[in-house]
Design a protein around this ligand. Sequence first.
Ligand code: GLC
Length: 604
Amino acid sequence: MDCPYRDPRTPVEARIKDLLSRMSLKEKVGQMTQIERRVATPEVIRDFSVGSILSAGGSGPRENAVSSEWADMVDGFQRAALESRLGIPIIYGIDAVHGNNSIYGATIFPHNIGLGATRDAELVERIGVATALEVRASGIPYTFAPCVAVLKDPRWGRCYESYSEDTDIVRKMTSIVTGLQGKPPPGHPKGYPYVAGRNNVIACAKHFVGDGGTELGINEGNTMASYEDLERIHMAPYLDCIDQGVSTVMASYSSWNGRRLHTDRFLLTEVLKNNLGFKGFVISDWEALDRLSEPRGSNYRNCVSLAVNAGIDMIMEPFKYQQFADDLLALVESGEVPLARIDDAVERILRVKFVAGLFEHPFSDRSLLGIVGCKLHRELAREAVQKSLVLLKNGKDAEKSFLPLDKNAKRILVAGSHADDLGYQCGGWTATWHGTSGRITIGTTIFDAIKEAAGAETEVVYEQFPSAATLANHSDFSYAIVAVGESAYAESLGDNRELTIPFNGNAVINFLAGKMAMLVILVSGRPLVIEPQIVEKIDALVAAWLPGTEGNGITDVIFGDCDFSGRLPVSWFRKIEQLPLNAEANSYDPLFPRGFGLTYGKEE
Ligand code: GLC
């Protein structure tokens, strides 16, 4: 078929115009639909002209599937899409939010809160480059990342997906967009989506806007703020993403001053599209339209009308895509949703597809498979871990530092629920949606790393909950390294009002206190209650956040091969009652202030 939209020499806007003119209303509505892989049969993909398919967290070809199996799956979906009447390729999307975290053997980087502690934009850009390569190796051209939330309350279940409570740090870390998509050339039109080539992916700035500012940190809750504060605190990072050519933006489940973001035409269309000039597409969150009504899913057609008219272009409707399509077609026929709104949405979707080169290169590039979890990427992740660690206490008295530890000590006790648990080290959004405990992928636990680093004559004894017998049998431990922290969780499951150290972490600390010198490593997605009594009992305290697969980044620093450089990206409260703790408030009295971090060189 000789048609301009198929010719890569035709300018993108002309290709969009030509293709749009050939599409039926049904095909346009199909392009606005994103379905989950489990219902993506060839018939549905082809007959529906489905625009996109996604993996829910952990939804893949099988458990522990490797990249080549993912690429086979995605290529299969694409073949069906290219058989549709107009042969429009699908975009396959996944939450690669700290590496390609659903894929077995992928490099798992520290979660965003740890990257915020590095404050290192260049490092984070390199992580974007590496992540894009590993995502593409699995045949996937689209990641729902970065989350550019500005967290304001650590009780929020998605704290660890935020880089910081400080808007300026979050703005710096948006450099990951350039890493993921590639750097737009000089003169690239403002707000226009950009994807450099087959080693890059389509990024998604999320969740627009104010997801981290909800009252009491309630996930999907309500952010009360003046427009000026919403813009200054929560919207600023989106300007940086748009400046870097971010191709998509995901709307937030949350509300602003009581109005659901998914129905907020002022913010989604007047501000994001018209004022900020965003020319990519806005995607809804998972089954977000259902959440616009009570009971959930009721009055669905009205929810479709509200969301599409507000400016949502692609609807993440994983399973009830038929109802979505029927309702939207009816709404266009009745005039409640103008055809112009449909055309605007489809133009934006096609623009991203053309810009991403999907028409020219719809299938996976198998030459990338060797790069998944490669040494280079793991060294990059190890560097990120080193730079993310924050030293909160070093020595019981100012004169005598406890760290760095002697790696050639006679006998080291390693203890705690998180000392030898790769799953907990990676946290949520790893292997599965919520994440889980155990040896979930290829990686190095803290205990693995200590054994690797310790001297040949050094005895390393591991016991998760040390017993009196252990101590009696080994009366002369040089010191203990105790790793405790949070279980893996995601989204609302992480909402937490107490923030105490789970798994009896305090009990291990209290049991060992006074028996031997002790370093405590906290593996968590946020600050936890470490009331002064705990801090007083230990000799050193390190916040490791959720470091991912490269546990040796931790031993590199605690044994002194490199210095600490991390600084708190979030205030560390004294007690829960202080929350939300705001560095700008004049009653600011944290246990450790935002920006705090000790080094071997000098007190900071
Ligand atoms: C989830 C999250 C969003 C994610 C999407 C797809 O509910 O809110 O961050 O990208 O669904 O998994």
